[in-house]
Design a protein around this ligand. Structure first.
Ligand code: ADP
Ligand code: K
Ligand code: ZN
Length: 434
C-alpha cells in the first residue's frame, strides 16, 4: 500500500504548525544572536533582543538576509555551530571566486533527508522503488540531497549522476529504475534519447519523476511525462536554505507544499520589503527554524511566486507555493547551474578584454547552450586568425572554470554589440521553455 504521506506532521492543523514555528523561530533567533557576530551586531543595531521574538507574528521585526551577506562572510562566517559539529559542506552552483558556501550538522542532514523523503513519497515512491538519481553529485546539492531521502524511505538508490547518456539508458533497462530524479531539462533530454534509441517504454520500468533546480512549464511536464511514460513532480529548494526539498509537489500536481515545520515562508514586495497578504505575487523569503549549522533569518531568495493555504486534495496542510514565475535579479539558470552575467564580465575584464559582451542562451534539442559574444578591442582587429582563436580559447577556459559549465566564445569586431543608454542588455535568452 502506498503511503498517502511520509510524516503525519504534513497534515497537522494550522494552529499546531504555527506553535511549532513560533518555538523554532525564538530558538533560532537566540542561536544566531549568540553564535553569529553578523546577526548579533545587526540585532543590536536595530534594538532587537532575542526575548522580543516570541511568535511568528514577530517575524517582520527581524532584518532580511541577502546572498551578499553570505559572500561577505565567506566561507564560514555565518555558521552557527562549532566546526566539529559540521559534517558536510556544499556550495551554490555556478558562483564566482566568492561562492556561497553552506554547511550541515548531522541533525541538518537528517532534516534534509526527511524533506527529500516527503517529496519522494508525495511523488508516489516507497521502499519497493529503484530511485535513479541523475542530479550531479558533488558540491551541488542536487545529487546527495535526493540520494539521502531515497535511502530514508528504504528505496534502492542508484547514484547514476549526470552524463554518459547510453549508460543512463542501459541502467534504466537493466537495473529497472522506477523513479528518476534530475533537472527537468535533463529528464527531457533522456526522454528524447530513449525515443531516438528506439527503446520502447515497455522495456523500461520508470513510473515517477522528481524534477527541480530550474524553472519548467506545464507543457514541458507533459512532454516529459509522454516521453518517459511517468508522472512528473516538481521539487524546489536552494542551497542557502537547505537544497532541493524545501518544497515539493503532491499528487495534485498543483503547487508545492513547503516543509513548514522547518521553514517559515513569506511573500514580500521586492522593492519595499513590505509583507504581502496570502495570494499576492512577490519575492519568496525563508526563515529556517530547525537548522543548526547555517540558520538564516528572512533570506531573500529573489524567486517570484505566490503562496496559498487553500485546502489541497492530498490532505496535506502545509502552505503551497506556486511555480516560480521568475527572478527579481538577473540570474540565469543554464542546465540547472546559476549564472550571473557579472561573473562573465569580471572574467573578461581580468583578461584585459573590453566590457562589451552578450550572453546568448539557447536550447539545442533539449540541452541549454551558452555562447558569449565578446568585442575585440581595435588593436586586435587585424590579428591573425590563429591569435584570435587562441584568445577565444583562453577566455573559454576562464569562463568555464568560473561558472562551471562550458560556453562557446566568439570574438566579434569592435562596436558591433549594441550599446544602450540605460541598463545594458547583457543577455539574449532565446530559450522557449518548450
Ligand atoms: P540548487 O543547488 O538546489 O540548484 P541553488 O542555490 O544553486 O540550489 O539554486 C537555487 C535556485 O534554483 C532557486 O533560488 C531557484 O531560482 C532555482 N530553482 C530551484 N528549484 C526550482 C524549481 N523547482 N523551479 C524553479 N526554479 C527552481
Ligand atoms: K539552481
Ligand atoms: Zn497537496
Amino acid at each position: 500500500m502506498k503511503k498517502p504521506y511520509w510524516n503525519p506532521m504534513e497534515t497537522a492543523p494550522l494552529h499546531e504548525i504555527r506553535a511549532m514555528q513560533s518555538l523554532g523561530l525564538s530558538r533560532t533567533v537566540r542561536r544566531v544572536y549568540e553564535n553569529v557576530p553578523f546577526y548579533h551586531k545587526k540585532f543590536d543595531e536595530m534594538g532587537i533582543r532575542p526575548d522580543d521574538i516570541r511568535s511568528v507574528d514577530d517575524l517582520a521585526k527581524l532584518p532580511f538576509t541577502y546572498k551578499q551577506d553570505l559572500r561577505d562572510n565567506y566561507p564560514y562566517g555565518l555558521f552557527a555551530a562549532p566546526m566539529d559539529e559540521v559534517v558536510r559542506i556544499h556550495a551554490s552552483s555556478g558562483t564566482t571566486g566568492k561562492q556561497t558556501v553552506v554547511g550541515y550538522t548531522q541533525h541538518d542532514l537528517d532534516m534534509w533527508a526527511e524533506c527529500a523523503a516527503r517529496a519522494l513519497t508525495a511523488a508516489g515512491a516507497d521502499s519497493s522503488d529503484f530511485v535513479h538519481v541523475s542530479y550531479g553529485y558533488g558540491l551541488f546539492t542536487g545529487g546527495l540531497g535526493l540520494h539521502d531521502g531515497a535511502g530514508k524511505i528504504g528505496a534502492s538508490v542508484i547514484p547514476a549522476s549526470t552524463g554518459n547518456t547510453k549508460r543512463q539508458l542501459q541502467i534504466f533497462r537493466d537495473f529497472h529504475s522506477t523513479v528518476l530524479c534530475c533537472t527537468p531539462s535533463y529528464a527531457l533530454f533522456l526522454g528524447e534519447a530513449l525515443r531516438d534509441a528506439g527503446i520502447p517504454l515497455s522495456e523500461i520500468s520508470l513510473k515517477y519523476g522528481v524534477f527541480g533546480a530550474e524553472p519548467w512549464t506545464e507543457e514541458m511536464r507533459r512532454r516529459i511525462e509522454d516521453l518517459l511514460g511517468i508522472k512528473a513532480h516538481d521539487i524546489y529548494g536552494l542551497s542557502e536554505i537547505m537544497g532541493p526539498g524545501v518544497s515539493y509537489e503532491c499528487g495534485a500536481q498543483k503547487g508545492m507544499h513547503i516543509n513548514e515545520d522547518f521553514f517559515i515562508a513569506e511573500i514580500i514586495d521586492p522593492d519595499t520589503g513590505e509583507v504581502l497578504p496570502e495570494g499576492s505575487t512577490g519575492e519568496l523569503v525563508f526563515t529556517t527554524i530547525a537548522k543548526e549549522a547555517l540558520p538564516l533569518i528572512r533570506y531573500r531568495t529573489r524567486d517570484i511566486t505566490s503562496l496559498t493555504r487553500e485546502p489541497c486534495s492530498c490532505g496535506r496542510t502545509f502552505v503551497k507555493m506556486n511555480k516560480i514565475m521568475g527572478r527579481s535579479d538577473d540570474m540565469l539558470i543554464i542546465r540547472g547551474v546559476n549564472v550571473f552575467p557579472s561573473q562573465i564580465e569580471s572574467v573578461l575584464l581580468d583578461l584585459g578584454m573590453p566590457p562589451h559582451y552578450l550572453l546568448v542562451v539557447d536550447r539545442k534539442g533539449t540541452l541549454d547552450t551558452l555562447e558569449v559574444l565578446v568585442e575585440m578591442d581595435s588593436s586586435m582587429e587585424f590579428d591573425a586568425v590563429r591569435l584570435i582563436e587562441q584568445k577565444e580559447k583562453e577566455i573559454r577556459r576562464a569562463v568555464e572554470s568560473t561558472i562551471g559549465i562550458a560556453a562557446k566564445i566568439t570574438l566579434v569586431s569592435p562596436n558591433t554589440i549594441e550599446r544602450s543608454e540605460g541598463k545594458s542588455k547583457r543577455v539574449d535568452d532565446r530559450r522557449k521553455l518548450v
